[in-house]
Structure formats: C-alpha cells, structure tokens
Design a protein around this ligand. Structure first.
Ligand SMILES: C[S@@+](CC[C@H](N)C(=O)[O-])C[C@H]1O[C@@H](n2cnc3c(N)ncnc32)[C@H](O)[C@@H]1O
Length: 283
C-alpha cells in the first residue's frame, strides 16, 4: 500500500465514524507513523509503506475511528509552545488554559525567588510552562492522582524544571506543607456531573473522569480552593483559577471580601468567562 492509497482508505474509515476533517486527521496520523512532516506525504504519494508502518497506521486509524483523541494516540500535545507528553491518566491540555500561564508569568516575573503552588497539576502543562518561563521560581504541584503526578514529573524532567518542582499527592490542600506561596494556580475539575453525558465521545469516554468533574455540581473543588487558599497565600498573594461555562457569577460569590480583593473574571478567546484572578488582602 502506498501513501496515496493509505490516506484514501483511512479518510473513508474516519469519515464513516463521523470524524470531522477526516482527511486532515488521516494525514496527521500517517505523518506521525512515518515520522515525517506532511510535505513528505504530498511529495511522496507513491512511497510504499513497510509491513510495520502499514500495521501501525491501521491500528491508529482504528483507535481514532473509535473516537480515541488524536493526542492520546500520538502521546503528546503542544501547550505554550512546549511539547507535553500525555497519557490517558491526564487531561489533554487545552488552549484556553494558556491564559493562566500568561497571567502567572506576569505576576511571578515581578518577584525575586517566588514560589507558587498548583492544585490539580495533571500533565504539568501549567506549572512546567510557568517554571520554564520564570527561571527564578519554585513550585509545588499537587494532584489526587498518582499516575498524573508521574506524567507531570516526566514533563518537568523533559523541560528541565524538575529540580524546581516538588510533586505531592494531595486532596486539594490536605497534604501540602504549612507554608505560604506568592501564587496559587488551578484548573480544577469543574464540569457538573450531569453534563458529562453531553460531552463529545472523545472527552466523555477517554479523558479521566476525575480530571473533568468533581462528581457534583462542578463547584465543590472550586469552593474548597477559594475557602482554603488564604491559609496558603502570603499577604497580597494571588489566586488564578480556570472556571467553566456559566460559573462566573456563582464563583465570584464564593469570595469573602474580608479575605480577598480585586476579584475579576477574564474571558477566553471564545468570549467565555474563563479565568478568575483574586488577591489576598494585606494581612
Ligand atoms: C482539569 S484537570 C487539569 C490538569 C492540568 N492542570 C491542565 O490544566 O491540563 C484537573 C486535575 O485535578 C486533579 N484532581 C481532581 N480532584 C482533585 C482533588 N480533590 N485534589 C487534587 N487534585 C485533584 C485531577 O486528577 C486532574 O489532574
């Protein structure tokens, strides 16, 4: 089978499974299998796939046709310009989450030897990107999932920030040391349990449930973070947290104005209110 034949049959299989943009996905999968860029595919349509290449490609196309996300098949996702390894144990990093990294870098660059903490570190995309950009910063990354922490550790090592990142298994703040940070960041599981059934199959059937939902109304972990964060923040320290669709009003109401100031919600590129920023009061 040559490249042209392989792409034609894969596109048909993916189209039958209602994968949108089947031709593009087929090209991306084949380029990955051949370890080539897409220009190679266009320039070498007569190239004959080896037995192993054809078998791997068929296997990947079958997995994608069953709606497994492309990122889990190839095992990676780009985030903030860095390449992150992803497995089925972690959420696939989303572009809207890059907002948290941008805001965190701005806050931490203004301080010498700053320290921050991430609740729900997952793949490590947020904490690793921040540490990569702010070389004087140190961090603690917490997650309830041991397997997610292992992925975060690998990504931290790949991007040479592991020596500045301490990883801890922890239910929110429960297992964090008794210290105070300049910043707390989090992209917590905020999808209400009842909304999971309406998500696309790629998310619903493949991404870890504990990364998507708190198992209740979507607000319980957010509420816990807002309630406990003041104990772990220095005076004037910041909280940056991602929230879900339609949560801005309810989330703003969770901040006690005796403990917090400057609570603001910033929309993402789709104009969905997405990032909450708040500052602990000066005491
Ligand atoms: C939405 S994912 C975010 C992952 C990563 N930070 C990102 O932005 O792609 C939420 C993460 O929180 C973790 N998590 C869920 N419940 C938790 C809890 N009670 N305490 C700590 N981490 C929790 C999940 O295992 C998951 O890795």
């Amino acid at each position: 089978m040559n490249i042209s034949e392989a792409l034609k049959s894969a596109t048909e299989v993916l189209r039958e499974s209602q994968i949108s943009d089947a031709a593009r996905e087929a090209k991306s999968l084949l380029a990955f299998v051949l370890n080539q860029n897409q220009t190679f595919l266009v320039a070498h349509t007569e190239y004959e796939l080896s037995f192993d290449e054809e078998k791997r490609f068929r296997d990947f196309v079958t997995r994608r046709a069953r709606r497994e996300p492309f990122q889990y098949i190839v095992g990676r996702q780009e985030f903030c310009g860095l390449d992150f390894s992803v497995t089925k144990d972690v959420l696939i990093p989303r572009p809207e989450t890059e907002m948290i990294v941008g805001a965190a870098i701005e806050i931490l660059r203004a301080k010498a030897n700053s320290e921050f903490c991430e609740i729900g570190i997952g793949s490590g995309c947020i904490a690793v990107s921040i540490l990569h950009a702010v070389e004087s910063a140190n961090a603690i990354g917490a997650d309830i999932s041991e397997k997610a922490l292992a992925v975060a550790g690998r990504n931290a090592a790949t991007h040479r920030v592991l020596e500045r990142l301490e990883l801890r298994i922890s239910n929110v703040f429960a297992n964090l040391p008794n210290k105070k940070f300049d910043l707390i960041v989090s992209n917590p599981p905020y999808i209400p349990r009842d909304d999971i059934k309406n998500l696309q199959a790629e998310v619903r059937e493949f991404e870890p449930l504990a990364a998507l939902t708190d198992g209740t109304d979507g607000l319980s972990i957010i509420e816990k973070i807002i309630a406990d964060a003041p104990r772990f923040l220095k005076p004037d320290g910041f909280l940056l947290m991602e929230i879900g669709i339609n949560q801005a009003v309810a989330v703003k109401a969770l901040f006690d104005n005796k403990l917090w100031r400057g609570v603001e919600v910033t929309p993402d590129f789709q104009t969905i209110p997405r990032m909450v920023k708040a500052r602990k009061v000066q005491k």
